[in-house]
Design a protein around this ligand. Structure first.
Ligand SMILES: Cc1cc2nc3c(=O)[nH]c(=O)nc-3n(C[C@H](O)[C@H](O)[C@H](O)COP(=O)(O)O)c2cc1C
Length: 382
């Protein structure tokens, strides 16, 4: 490129950055570090739990505060935000209810409360109307923080660190941390830390193949494409769904936002770019966590999500990040061969693989948070 063209390009980038930078960077949940806790402790707990992990960041959480008891609230599935193509049986959604509950538990402990979490208090969920019955009833009592397994295992303050995706260095999990993670096994849950190179190579290969299917299968590609927020304005307007905040540090996020605003990629190109970036990212993965349950009940799915969030917090506290690779576990026909391959190899004795988590250390750079609903938008008052 000649000097004049380079000069014009720099000028264009400068002008665009001035105009569009505010679109890009202002997103993300205001983590209320140091803020005075909300007066109603239930709202305070939701304020933190909304930062939990959820499939496609859909935050399918609806919290109903008990009008008669200030110490009680129910958690329901928010059926306005399901992923029918990617998650046809809402298994990942139920895992995402578990993640929310783990943060409730851990934050309650931090505030000197115990959260008694009663799963499926009015019976199993109705698959035809997942929001008919509560998934969990939470009752708060005053207790010593150490009574919470989630608070003891994990650091809820890890939620004040933004996730980094695809910008990795290899993980360095010591034996003590690996033991703490596998100690979540029991009560129908099986947790394994995989570092054996051939097994990791196979998991990387399966993850890439599955990601490619998700991005080439039109219904799932379109669901992902439509759930992606291209810039800060979109993240504020619809504060759920996927964002590039984890993929690009703030320094370059505005550029990615600007490019996607001016010249948005079409779905097929978006899918191809995703596969390329994902494939490159897995080069540095040397560790996986495999999360399995003996059965595939709604209760087990929620419990798997609780454990998942505990690892997530614990690994973030230890300077690592976790990349959930759920594609090979998705239950639509195009994914069936990989789903079977994974289950034959990882669960030959039966059971359901609920999650494959690649573990890594993030490369440097400050990242913005993914969008989140404000607590009040998740809460229903009756
Ligand atoms: C059940 C479940 C499945 C997920 N699957 C994926 C996945 O396949 N790929 C991925 O990159 N992230 C996955 N995630 C992570 C979410 O995308 C992430 O939690 C969400 O976008 C919040 O973003 P944050 O970590 O930047 O706050 C999953 C999370 C959960 C709870």
């Amino acid at each position: 490129m000649n000097t004049m063209k380079k000069g014009r390009l720099s000028l264009l980038v400068l002008v665009l950055s001035t105009i569009l930078a505010p679109l890009g960077c202002a997103a993300g949940p205001p983590v209320r570090e140091g803020a005075v806790p909300a007066e109603d402790v239930r709202v305070e707990l939701v304020e933190w739990a909304r930062l939990a992990q959820s499939a496609h960041n859909y935050q399918a959480w609806r919290i109903v505060l008990d009008p008669a008891r200030g110490d009680r609230m129910d958690l329901f599935v928010e059926t306005d935000r399901l992923l029918p193509e990617t998650d046809p049986y809402s298994r990942q959604t139920l895992i995402s209810l578990g993640t929310f509950l783990a943060v409730i538990d851990a934050r309650a402990a931090q505030l000197g409360r115990r959260a008694d979490i009663d799963l499926l208090p009015d019976g199993d969920l109705d698959d035809r109307d997942l929001a008919r019955l509560p998934a969990a009833r939470i009752t708060l009592t005053r207790a010593e923080p150490t009574q919470s397994r989630f608070a003891a295992a994990a650091d809820v303050d890890a939620l004040t660190t933004a996730t980094v995706k695809y910008r990795y260095r290899p993980a360095e999990i010591d034996a003590a941390l690996a033991d703490r993670i596998t100690a979540w096994s029991g009560n129908g849950l099986r947790v394994e830390v995989v570092t054996e190179p051939d097994e990791v190579a196979w998991l990387n290969r399966v993850s890439i193949d599955a990601f490619t299917i998700e991005m080439e299968h039109e219904p799932t590609l379109m669901e992902t494409y439509e759930s992606t927020r291209w810039n800060g304005r979109a993240r504020r307007q619809d504060p759920y769904g996927l964002a590039f905040t984890a993929n690009f540090p703030r320094r370059t996020l505005w550029l990615a936002d600007t490019m996607m605003t001016i010249a948005p990629q079409r779905p097929a190109a978006f899918g191809r770019t995703g596969v390329r970036l994902f494939t490159g990212a897995l080069d540095d993965i040397n560790t996986y966590i495999v999360l399995k349950t003996d059965d595939n009940s709604r209760r087990s799915q929620i419990e798997a999500g609780m454990a998942l969030q505990a690892f997530w917090m614990e690994l973030h506290s230890a300077g690592h990040v976790v990349l959930a690779n759920s594609q090979a576990l998705q239950e639509y026909p195009a994914m069936a061969p990989l789903y079977e391959e994974v289950h034959e190899r990882l669960a030959p004795e039966g059971g359901t693989v609920q999650m494959l988590l690649a573990v890594a250390r993030p490369r440097g750079g400050r990242h913005a948070f993914s969008p989140r609903f404000a607590a009040e938008e998740l809460i229903v008052r009756r």
